[in-house]
Write a protein that binds this ligand. Structure first.
Ligand code: ZN
Length: 172
């Protein structure tokens, strides 16, 4: 009886055939799955219009996220402006406190307030954006490391016609 030795070529062919069979099987499984899903979708359609809205619920957070992603730029600009106007109000308070203390202590322009007085002012005024406020010497405006001085702010508002608009709004 001859010993059957498989030709390596045949072996390769067998392997290829097996692989093809597996592929066909997988394709059939997928087809069945899709058919089942389609059947389910058809059933769903029969349930009524209300049910049709339910699949949209998972989409709501996505829609919200998209809407919110469109908003930040405007919100940020307003937030920045608001923060700055709050900060310059703090700077005005600091300037008023400093002027009062300077008069009381009969300080001259260019004199610095005593440290304990500076500390008192700095415990009262804070930059809402986390900037560092420098009270500065008598005769010099308090300044925020993030927002500059009150005068700079006023100057910028004038430059963009802020006061012109405000006057118009008031006289109308
Ligand atoms: Zn500030």
């Amino acid at each position: 009886m001859p010993i059957e030795i498989e030709d390596p070529k045949d072996q390769g062919k067998k392997k290829a055939k097996a692989a093809e069979e597996r592929k066909a099987e997988a394709a059939e499984k997928r087809r069945k799955k899709i058919a089942a899903a389609a059947g389910a979708a058809e059933d769903e359609e029969l349930v009524g219009k209300k049910r049709e809205l339910w699949p949209l619920i998972p989409a709501i957070p996505v829609v919200l996220a998209v809407v919110l992603s469109l908003l930040p730029e405007r919100v940020d600009v307003n937030e920045i402006e608001l923060e700055r106007s709050r900060c310059v109000n703090q700077l005005r308070t600091a300037a008023a406190m400093k002027a009062m203390k300077a008069a009381e202590l009969k300080l001259q322009e260019g004199d610095a307030l005593p440290q304990n007085e500076l500390d008192k002012i700095l415990s009262e005024v804070k930059c809402p954006g986390g900037g560092i406020i420098d009270v500065r010497a008598v005769g010099y405006e308090p300044r925020c490391s993030l927002h500059g001085t009150f005068s700079e702010w006023v100057q910028e508002q004038q430059n963009i016609g802020y006061w012109d608009k405000a006057l118009k709004d008031n006289t109308n």
